[in-house]
Design a protein around this ligand. Structure first.
Ligand SMILES: NC(=O)C1=CN([C@@H]2O[C@H](COP(=O)(O)OP(=O)(O)OC[C@H]3O[C@@H](n4cnc5c(N)ncnc54)[C@H](OP(=O)(O)O)[C@@H]3O)[C@@H](O)[C@H]2O)[C@@H](O)CC1
Ligand SMILES: Nc1ncnc2c1ncn2[C@@H]1O[C@H](COP(=O)(O)OP(=O)(O)O)[C@@H](O)[C@H]1O
Ligand SMILES: [K+]
Length: 494
């Protein structure tokens, strides 16, 4: 992994622990000093976000996350704020016990969290129950406390308690934070799956660790870099359309003509020079009427595709393709052509069915359901560890894989992963994936390699979704993305 930009670098919890250990053992930063810096950063964030808060509630667990909480409580107490601290255990260990003692020495009082204990009456609640040490789902008093939190803003220390910081999955009770201040380095699980509901605003506090603390630890993943100008520079003036590729979109069985039209239009809106659509003959009239720039052709089977395949430089295969003989014959012809392609929707379902290899440079864009079919497992298993699922698919299929959904991941066969932090629940609507397929195909057609096309395509698509949704995600439709996509692909987000 090339970059060490802390704002883009994502690590596993094991890696973050290794960074902590190096800072302490080899760089001479004491563990308690790190804890103090974590508390300083979190308290500064609390003051910035809730300047009028007078009553600070604090939940402290048994481990070092609780240690951070004790030190934050001391800062709040010393700043003259009311502090109501509930501790899960009567004692802590090591630095955390020292942190507990300093809070008590400063005059702070601790309530022991027993079954049914009243949550602190507070203007802001600080969650210091569990961080990267979470080892199992919350139960007992901790689960009960977390489930009763309501009506108060929550600041989570490092990770919302109950969230798996490696996978972003929750299993049972989990704090729903308004903001999460994460320490030392980003944990990769803060950016995908349930994390998007649990973290609130994310903030990184690197605690001024020396650069040497990160030496020898390759990042596990990165946040996607949406600087399109680096990959797709502004167009020169003296050019013509043949320079920007010819996308052939294949799909749209009976009843699904709209899907392949969305793919074709997205490819046009993202700069493909020419876009043809191979679909059922019945759809051609409507397609031509609605979007005359698309070259729509009715095809009866894969054999009829030959001349279209010959002219195409990139294929977008699958939206509305169906699983019947017609779709299967287009699928076979497209894969046999060896052209670079994006494989989506029913083409992925066919791929799960038939032992077929995709050509090198292919991009697969499964949602979790399609990924589960390709992997031969259930959707819950995919969602429990999206990083593992995306990597496994990329490796076994020798393809670039986009695992879609909240916090989409892009994985390469060599293990590289980028995570897209954009997108919104308005995008959970029919046709959004068809648009993504066209976006990635257009980028391939304009000369991006499969990795760049996939990561940039996912970023453009999600940012276009955010721009189109504004603060009204409900009711967003896939076609709403075309305007923002056009602006973004011209560098509006660079
Ligand atoms: N110097 C450093 O390293 C720095 C670390 N920092 C901070 O430390 C945090 C990591 O601390 P940590 O490793 O002590 O783990 P933490 O999340 O506090 O929990 C562990 C405790 O919880 C328990 N436990 C686990 N799951 C449970 C469950 N479901 N239900 C009940 N109990 C459960 C577990 O018990 P066990 O299972 O081991 O018996 C253990 O007692 C990190 O997130 C950051 O905030 C910062 O200060 C910066 C410097
Ligand atoms: N909750 C969400 N947050 C962010 N992005 C989402 C969310 N739901 C869906 N999306 C995005 O919208 C697209 C939906 O694709 P897909 O499920 O294939 O839809 P369709 O098959 O209807 O076209 C994907 O790019 C996905 O990442
Ligand atoms: K926490």
């Amino acid at each position: 992994m090339p970059t060490r930009d802390p704002s883009l670098s994502l690590y596993t919890t094991e890696q973050v622990r290794a960074i902590d250990r190096t800072a302490i053992d080899r760089c001479g930063v004491a563990g308690f000093e790190l804890m103090q810096r974590a508390a300083d950063a979190a308290f500064a964030s609390l003051r910035r976000r809730w300047p009028d808060a007078r009553r600070i509630g604090v939940l402290a667990g048994a481990g070092n996350n609780g240690g951070d909480a004790f030190l934050l409580a001391r800062l709040a107490w010393q700043a003259g704020l009311d502090v109501d601290l509930l501790a899960l255990t009567a004692a802590s260990r090591g630095d955390a016990e020292r942190a507990r003692a300093t809070f008590i020495e400063a005059g702070g009082r601790i309530r022991r969290a027993e079954a049914g204990a009243a949550l602190p009456a507070s203007d802001v609640l600080v969650d210091g129950l569990f961080g990267t040490g979470l080892g199992r789902p919350l139960d007992g008093v901790a689960a009960d406390l977390v489930e009763r939190i309501a009506g108060v803003p929550v600041l989570a220390l490092d990770v919302p308690s109950g969230l798996d910081a490696d996978t972003g999955a929750r299993d049972g009770a989990c704090v729903r934070a308004d903001a999460t201040v994460s320490f030392v380095a980003w944990k990769r699980g803060l950016f995908t799956a349930d994390a998007l509901d649990q973290c609130g605003a994310r903030e990184l506090a690197t605690l001024d660790l020396p650069a040497a603390a990160y030496d020898g630890i390759a990042v596990d993943a990165e946040l996607v870099d949406a600087q399109i100008g680096r990959v797709l520079p502004p167009r020169r003036a003296n050019v013509n359309k043949s320079r920007f590729g010819h996308v052939l979109a294949l799909g749209g069985d009976d009843g699904y003509g709209g899907a392949i039209r969305l793919t074709g239009e997205a490819a046009l809106r993202c700069g493909a020079g020419l876009v043809s659509v191979a679909t059922r003959a019945a759809h051609v009239g409507a397609l031509n009427a609605a979007r005359p720039e698309l070259m729509a052709r009715g095809v009866d089977d894969g054999a009829a595709l030959a001349p279209l395949l010959q002219r195409a430089t990139v294929l977008a295969l699958g939206p509305g393709l169906g699983l019947r003989d017609w779709g299967r014959s287009l699928f076979e012809a497209a894969l046999t052509s060896g052209k670079p392609l994006v494989v989506d929707a029913d083409a992925l379902n066919l791929l799960a069915d038939v032992p077929r290899r995709v050509p090198p440079g292919a991009v697969l864009t499964p949602h979790p359901g399609e990924a589960a079919r390709l992997l031969g497992c259930d959707v819950a298993s995919v969602q429990r560890d999206r990083f593992a699922a995306a990597r496994e698919l990329a490796r076994t299929r020798s393809a670039i894989v986009v695992l879609k959904g909240a916090g989409s991941l892009v994985a390469a066969p060599d293990g590289r992963v980028v995570v897209c932090p954009w997108g919104n629940p308005g995008m959970a609507s029919a046709g959004m994936g068809d648009v993504l397929t066209g976006v990635i195909a257009a980028l391939l057609a304009q000369g991006c390699d499969a990795w760049d096309a996939a990561r940039l395509g996912v970023a453009l698509h999600a940012r276009a979704g955010d721009a189109a949704a504004g603060d009204a995600p409900r009711g967003l439709v896939a076609g709403d993305l075309f305007g923002p996509l056009r602006r973004l692909v011209n560098g509006a987000c660079a």
